[in-house]
Design a protein around this ligand. Sequence first.
Ligand SMILES: [Zn+2]
Length: 72
Amino acid sequence: MTTFKITQYCGECDGYGKVADRNPINPGHSLVDCEECDGTGDIAHQEEYDSITDAQNDYPRARFTYVQSPIR
Ligand SMILES: [Zn+2]
């Protein structure tokens, strides 16, 4: 098994990192950092797969980075 870092666009802000802060009292809204992704626009986690093809099947729109496996 190989550990991959899987990076996906944040679904909350569509990868922009900012969301509109809609204030019902003040109709002019401003952009604030997305809480889901801390303003980065990306959500990343690590998962183990046999190959990158298997990982791509699960996350077709994600980017993948090899993670150095710790020596056991
Ligand atoms: Zn976000």
